[in-house]
Design a protein around this ligand. Structure first.
Ligand SMILES: C[S@@+](CC[C@H](N)C(=O)[O-])C[C@H]1O[C@@H](n2cnc3c(N)ncnc32)[C@H](O)[C@@H]1O
Length: 174
């Protein structure tokens, strides 16, 4: 009996440590579930980038899908999410289905470095600077002239076009 209680206690401690760790781990890690865009910020992103019905919004590392759900439901855009983490991929698929948006938003479970993003008109990223530096050549190679890139919290080494200081959103244009 003591053996089982001891093992369950150890397991619970490990789970709690993982949850605590996930609050501080960098946002490009699959162990970072709490680094996410909320609806209010997603609205601010769409307003800054003037997202509308003609847009195809890509969210690189789309997490639970909130940004794309807001872009599609409230601004009429089409959305494409690329997410590497199977759990967040599944959560976003369920949320999109529940919102009746599965015709407008597609989510692929993949590494965004391996997926073409050339049909995007808006690219949204909430990723750490190291990853943004690595993505820059892909942006310059694949994105069409005029594509807006919107980054939450972290800067991209491109000429800044718009800045929402309150929400820490930066917009760049290819
Ligand atoms: C900070 S979260 C942002 C999630 C979502 N974009 C949002 O704003 O709520 C970063 C996401 O990127 C995903 N990610 C990190 N590296 C990735 C990669 N190489 N390919 C696809 N997804 C990746 C993580 O799993 C995580 O869900």
């Amino acid at each position: 009996m003591f053996f089982w209680i001891f093992n369950i206690a150890i397991l619970l401690i490990i789970i709690i440590l993982f949850i605590l760790l996930s609050w501080f781990w960098p946002p490009d890690s699959p162990w970072a579930p709490w680094w996410r865009t909320n609806k209010k910020t997603a609205r601010a992103i769409c307003l800054l980038a003037r997202v509308g019905k003609k847009d195809i919004v890509y969210d690189l590392g789309s997490g639970d899908g909130t940004a794309l759900i807001v872009a599609s439901k409230e601004f009429g855009a089409k959305g494409v999410g690329i997410e590497i983490d199977p759990l967040r991929f599944l959560i976003s698929k369920v949320r999109i289905k529940l919102n009746g948006l599965d015709k407008n938003i597609s989510i692929v479970k993949n590494n965004f470095y391996n997926k073409k993003i050339s049909d995007a008109t808006v690219v949204f990223v909430y990723l750490v600077p190291r990853v943004l530096r690595k993505l820059k050549p892909k942006f310059l190679k694949e994105l069409k002239k005029g594509t807006r890139i919107v980054s939450l919290r972290y800067k991209i080494d491109l000429p800044l076009r718009k800045y929402d200081k309150e929400n820490q959103i930066r917009m760049y244009v290819i």
